[in-house]
Design a protein around this ligand. Structure first.
Ligand SMILES: NC(=O)c1ccc[n+]([C@@H]2O[C@H](COP(=O)([O-])OP(=O)(O)OC[C@H]3O[C@@H](n4cnc5c(N)ncnc54)[C@H](OP(=O)(O)O)[C@@H]3O)[C@@H](O)[C@H]2O)c1
Length: 392
């Protein structure tokens, strides 16, 4: 029997229940990576479980209950007892981070919190590990999926703020009480954590100025559209005049901005520094199973020494012929019926045209087209047929 690694779970709501299920599903895979079989040692909710029992029987505590108390007390006690802790609790870290990190250092345990910012987007790891050597100048983020969903609805469908919020609630992207999401407080907590990591300086939540999206109107979205700009709730943490500024507010974005195309409930964070120029990470910002996967990633990291890469456990075949929406550009004689002939030849290989542009070049014309997805082998077959037609 493999040695087990006991995980105590505080909270069994959206994230906690999804984590418990994922841990069961992935136990074998985790064992392969770590050499230890993870199992739940106990679950605490308001109506079941006892914290002291769970603590005694666990190697690591996952805190996904939320709130400040008793979460802070439980996390401190777990670390003082020499247990690693994984938490998704941004408010706890934004308010008590320094105390908790100090406790982790003093007790030689890990306090991991990837799921606290950006949902699945692995921005904590990237700031703490991958970019630890980059002198970060600025972190810009869409870090609240609810607000981003509402603004995307307003921009795409011309909805009012109230209509977009109701749609977000209907689809489960907004809580029954969405106050902290729409007034910027949730994003402020996340930006405080990111700024702390990026600039290696204490950042108090009170230091973060924030404004939300709850006062925006359909007219604001229309002005943005008229100007050719996007309107997003943006968190910014940057070095300014020898200090730092951390703030959250709605902002216009020009179309090429890395965060301009981040829509719906997605989150994204752009990190800038002279050394790296710019890195943008994006992905689902919340959701039970998504957040649970981020929490499990932290649990696995806490179980193994850093930077070990296990032997592979699978031997998957490489698929060479994959389906893609191909782009094709060709010069043809500018004569009636040429496009129809090209379409017919493409059709012989099962390729159909999604969109086409034709530009005259004197006696010739350039046809530029995007095809519906088809297998690469069929596409190159079609290209051969078309080139015979064009050049023979
Ligand atoms: N939901 C997301 O998509 C998401 C994404 C990123 C981060 N997070 C963070 O993850 C944490 C959990 O979020 P969630 O959405 O899973 O919350 P949730 O659905 O409200 O679940 C909270 C769980 O914690 C338990 N709990 C709360 N207070 C407790 C107390 N005093 N004693 C014992 N148990 C208590 C609740 O017990 P009962 O069942 O008895 O009420 C429930 O099982 C929060 O910090 C949140 O900010 C959530």
């Amino acid at each position: 029997m493999p040695e087990t690694f006991s995980v105590g779970l505080l909270g069994h709501g959206t994230v906690g229940a999804a984590f418990a299920e994922l841990l069961r599903e992935r136990a074998e895979g985790v064992e392969h990576v770590t050499g230890l079989r993870p199992e739940l040692s106990g679950v605490l909710t308001r109506s079941r479980g006892d914290f002291d029992d769970i603590l005694e029987n666990s190697d690591l505590i996952v805190e996904v209950m939320g709130g400040l108390d008793p979460a802070r007390d439980y996390v401190l006690r777990a670390m003082q007892a020499g247990k690693h802790v994984v938490t998704a609790n941004k408010q706890l870290l934004a308010r008590h981070g320094e105390e908790l990190w100090e406790c982790a250092r003093n007790n030689g345990v890990q306090l991991r919190f990837e799921a606290a910012v950006g949902g699945v987007v692995p921005v904590i790891r990237v700031l703490q590990e991958s970019l630890a050597g980059a002198h970060v100048e600025r972190v810009t983020g869409i870090v609240n999926g609810t607000s981003n969903f509402i603004l995307s609805q307003m921009a795409e469908h011309g909805s009012s703020y109230a209509e977009a919020l109701a749609e977000a609630q209907r689809l489960g992207y907004a809580e029954a009480d969405p106050t902290e999401d729409v007034n910027g407080a949730d994003a402020a907590a996340k930006m405080a954590i990111l700024a702390r990591l990026a600039f290696d300086t204490p950042v108090r939540l009170d230091d973060v100025r924030f404004e939300g999206i709850d006062h925006l109107t359909a007219d604001d979205m229309q002005y943005a559209r008229d100007l050719g700009l996007g309107l997003k709730l943006i968190g910014t943490a940057e070095r300014v005049d020898g200090g730092i500024s951390v703030r959250v507010h709605p902002a216009f974005l020009y179309p090429g901005h890395p965060l301009a195309s981040v829509n719906g409930s997605f989150n994204a964070v752009t990190i800038e520094s002279d050394a790296i120029t710019e890195v943008t990470l994006s992905g689902p910002g919340a959701g039970g199973s998504q957040t649970a996967s981020s929490v499990l990633g932290d649990v696995i990291s806490a179980m193994i020494p850093p930077a070990s890469t296990p032997e592979t456990s699978e031997s998957l075949p490489i698929v060479e012929d994959v389906s893609n929406a191909f782009y094709l550009s060709m010069e043809v004689d500018d004569q009636p019926g040429v496009l129809a002939q090209v379409a017919e030849v493409l059709g012989m290989q099962g390729a159909s045209i999604k969109s086409v542009l034709q530009r005259g070049l004197g006696t010739h014309a350039r046809l530029t087209m995007v095809l519906h997805p088809l297998l690469e082998s069929r596409f190159y077959g079609a290209v051969q047929l078309v080139s015979r037609m064009v050049y023979e």
